[in-house]
Structures are given as C-alpha cells and as structure tokens.
Write a protein that binds this ligand. Structure first.
Ligand code: 13P
Ligand code: SF4
Length: 339
C-alpha cells in the first residue's frame, strides 16, 4: 500500500513538474536510445495501430486490442511499455500484476471508456439480473470487474454467437458495435448508450461523394462507426481485420473509416495500393484519436528512461476484472482465434 501511494505521488509530481514535456537532448537518436533501453531493462513496446508512425516503427508488436491483450498475456519482458490508451495498459496490468506497465502519457484516455462510468453501469446491471454482461475491452477496469465476458471487435460476433440464443445479454459500452452485432447475429442485446468520438465523426454524405469520385474504391469500416456508414461499407472489421482485408483484396483503392493511424501499417503492407481516410463531418482532422495521439516518441523515450508513469491498480478490482478477460481468452481459444 505504501509503495502504491508513493508511486501515485511520483506520477503526479512528474506531471506537475512537466516531465511529459521535458526537453530532450536534440542530438539523441531516439530510435537508438529506445532500442538500448529495451535491452537494458528487458522491456517490450506494444503499440496500437492508431499510434503515430514513429511509435509503430519502434514497437516490438503492433496490433489491435485483441492482439495486444494476447501479447501482454504471454510476454516475458519485465517492463511493458504500452503505446496505446489507458484501458489497454490497464488490461496489460490486469494480466501482469508483477510486471511494470508504463503508459507514455497517463492522460491518454478514451471517450468510449469514459462514456460508461462504473457506478451508473452497476445500477443498470442490477436492474437486469437475468442478463449476462458482455463488455467490449474498451472500458475501464471498474467496468470489466462488473462484466461476465470481455470481447474485442475481432471476436465480439463469435463470442455472442457461441452463447445460447435464449441467453439475455447486456452489451457495453459501445452502442455501435453492439447494434452491429445485433444486426448480424439476429439478437436483441440490451445496449449501453456509449460511443467513440472518433468513429462517430464520419460524414455519410462526404463518404458517398468520395465513393462517386472513386467508383472502384472499397469502403472498409470499423464496427464502432455509426449504422449508416456500416450499411454502405464493403467490409467491416477490427483494425487487424481491416488491415488483412486491404492486403488480400484485389482492389487498389480503399476508403478507410477508422482512426487514421492505421494508414501507416496499411501503406507499409500494401505499397502499391491507395488508402484514403474517410472524411469527417467537419473541416478538422477529428478522425485522429486525440487520446491515442497524446503519446509521442519523446514521451515513450522518457517513460522508458524514468520508468514512469506507471499503471497501478487495486488488487480486488484487478482480480475481478481478470475473470471476464480469462473467459474471453478461453472462448477465443475454443473458437480458434488464438489466445
Ligand atoms: P480494435 O483495436 O479492437 O480494432 O479497436 C479499435 C479502437 O478503437 C481501439 O481504441
Ligand atoms: Fe477510445 Fe475511440 Fe480513441 Fe479508440 S479511437 S481510444 S475507442 S476514443
């Protein structure tokens, strides 16, 4: 307990002192420094596809939420540097209580996770005691602790389909992913009314106009997008599924309705294809996740050097949150998705 408080204080002090914006010697080659620190500390860098290109380039593993959770579960590193958002680093900590889990910027949150506060969700769940709770991994440890099974956008449909049809289900926190699963599986899951600010920003009208200008282009979309966008999509999938589809499909032009960070990996994997970011509903670049983009290569280097900020968690919450994640891994294995 004393250790935990001490580290919490250290995190706060570091933020107050401007650790996050600390000057770095401009002569340093951060790519080399990060490689050196990885060896020195036996650290692994796990990065989500929505991270900036430089971070993706230094990562040991780049993946979607399912892949990252699977990597976090099997890593033998002593230090996990999580280049993603808070709920992802929290998941890594839930699975690795004895490892140090670092997040380059502790303020990297998630609008979807924030749309489901545990106290409100607990009351909601208590009103439906006969429902099983499936929560999308994009939620806090507090919500995971109130859930029966966790899923990601890669395995949500298979997990829901594996349950008896008469089973009543609450799906949280994303109403768009939940609505999509309801439509494809013919279920009527009760949906928590949460959403991701990035995936709800796309303009249907502008996407239709873009499709008219590029008639051969395929629209590929993440299931966190709104129903109207999903209805005109040629393919719907998690970030990894979108990446694989773009790699294998014969088309040479794709309109991509998800966070723009994925375009870096898409372009690297399919050099001769063209990827166009689906246009947002306004003039700004709002389909950049502002939370994901709080992490920078500089902050990644500093957090590895000083081993701060660190993710810490109450042990009771961790144990309760681990159960539905383990259930997801068990189901994923049974369904042939690895785990
Ligand atoms: P996936 O990584 O499951 O595709 O989810 C996308 C997302 O919004 C992560 O924050
Ligand atoms: Fe959260 Fe959406 Fe950003 Fe993903 S893209 S971290 S769901 S706000």
């Amino acid at each position: 307990m004393r250790r935990k408080n001490a580290i919490f204080m250290k995190n706060e002090v570091l933020e107050r002192r401007g650790f996050l914006d600390m000057d770095i010697d401009p002569s340093l080659d951060l790519f080399e420094e990060i490689a050196r620190l990885k060896k020195e500390k036996n650290a692994v860098v796990l990065a989500h596809y929505y991270q900036e290109p430089d971070i993706q380039d230094v990562a040991d593993y780049i993946g979607d939420s399912l892949g990252l959770a699977q990597q976090a579960a099997k890593t033998e590193a002593d230090v996990i540097v999580f280049a993603g958002v808070h709920f992802m680093a929290e998941t890594a900590k839930i699975l690795n209580p004895n490892k140090k889990v670092l997040l380059p910027d502790l303020r990297a949150g998630c609008s979807l996770s924030d749309s489901c506060p545990p106290a409100l969700f607990k009351t909601f769940r208590e009103k439906h005691p006969d429902h099983l709770v499936i929560s999308y991994i994009n939620c806090s440890a507090g919500i995971k602790a109130l859930s029966d099974i966790i899923c990601t956008s890669s395995n949500a449909q298979l997990i829901v389909d594996s349950l008896p049809r008469e089973q009543k289900i609450i799906f949280a926190p994303d109403r768009n992913l939940g609505g999509y699963i309801n439509r494809v599986s013919g279920r009527n899951m009760l949906l928590w009314d949460g959403a991701c600010m990035v995936h709800e920003i796309f303009s249907l009208e502008k996407i239709i106009k873009l499709k008219e200008r590029h008639p051969a282009a395929k629209l590929i979309a993440h299931p966190e997008c709104e129903e109207a966008v999903l209805r005109i999509a040629d393919f719907i999938g998690s970030t990894t599924q979108l990446l694989k589809f773009a790699e294998k499909d014969d088309s040479s032009v794709f309109i991509v309705a998800t966070e723009t960070g994925i375009l870096h990996s898409m372009q690297q994997n399919s050099r001769n294809k063209t990827f166009i970011a689906a246009p947002p509903d306004n003039a700004c670049a709002c389909n950049n996740c502002p939370h994901m983009k709080l992490n920078t290569l500089e902050k990644l280097y500093l957090c590895m050097k000083y081993e701060q900020p660190e993710i810490l968690m109450d042990e009771d919450v961790r144990l309760a949150a681990k159960k539905p994640i383990d259930r997801m891994f068990d189901l994923s294995r049974q369904l042939g998705l690895g785990g």
